[in-house]
Design a protein around this ligand. Structure first.
Ligand SMILES: [Zn+2]
Length: 240
């Protein structure tokens, strides 16, 4: 199989990074979201290789509120969500929030899961490194679920994902990436329920998995794509 065949096998519906962001932008323009009346919020892993996605989001919508934690998990809490909403422009009495929340994974040339090369280092590296570390702990049967104050985000990742792993199952990195996406999606929805007042605010949600391919090519597998406009939930079709 070629790289693109492997990519599509693991991630049906995958798109190039720029195409993904452009299609979210086009879909939202149709519902009145613009760079002048909206704030984007970008939740990705802290890993520097996720930066092209944040750059593309900011090119489309302007400076984005930073939602990022390791693995793209959403640990900013109510305070972070409310702060972002309070920073939105207000136009004609309405506010617009656009939430991008994506975890990530690398894919090697032969389809090696998690494999990537970093600038200035000869040996291969992992992405997502935090999820790879969790996978190693799980494989060794040594999962430590205590909250380590010197490793807060990693502790929270373990606490959040461990209950999602079916008993007796030994997840690989791809499984853990999908579980992280599920947790991010659930946590985002829970936070939106808690913090958004739909009356004066329209908002949009895009979740997914950012995929780092060889030669710095970047793709996105879109998960959820929808907007809530004047209280009505609208499913958004992203042109592939
Ligand atoms: Zn990562």
């Amino acid at each position: 199989m070629t790289f693109l065949e492997i990519l599509n096998h693991h991630f049906p519906g995958v798109q190039g990074l720029d195409r993904f962001v452009q299609s979210t932008q086009a879909a939202l323009h149709a519902y009145g979201f613009s760079s002048h009346n909206s704030i984007a919020c970008a939740g990705v892993c802290r890993d520097e290789i996720t930066r092209p996605l944040v750059d593309a989001i900011q090119e489309a919508w302007g400076e984005a509120f930073n939602f990022s934690s390791l693995a793209g998990m959403l640990f900013l809490g109510k305070t972070g969500f409310l702060a972002a909403q309070n920073h939105s422009p207000r136009a004609d009495g309405r506010e617009h929030y656009i939430f991008y929340a994506l975890t990530h994974i690398a894919l090697g040339e032969q389809g090696e899961i998690g494999l990537c090369y970093r600038t200035g280092r000869d040996e291969p590296s992992n992405a997502c490194g935090a999820l790879a570390a969790l996978q190693v702990e799980l494989a060794a049967g040594e999962l430590d679920l205590s909250l380590d104050p010197l490793d807060v985000e990693m502790s929270l990742i373990k606490k959040r994902l461990a209950p999602l792993i079916a008993p007796g199952v030994q997840p690989d990195l791809l499984d853990l990436t999908r579980l992280a996406h599920r947790a991010i999606q659930e946590d985002l929805e829970a936070m939106l329920k808690l913090t958004i007042q739909p009356g004066p605010a329209d908002y949009a949600v895009f979740t997914g998995i950012q995929i780092h391919a060889p030669d710095r090519a970047t793709f996105v597998w879109p998960g959820s794509s929808y907007a809530v406009v004047r209280g009505e939930k609208i499913s958004l079709k992203l042109s592939g």
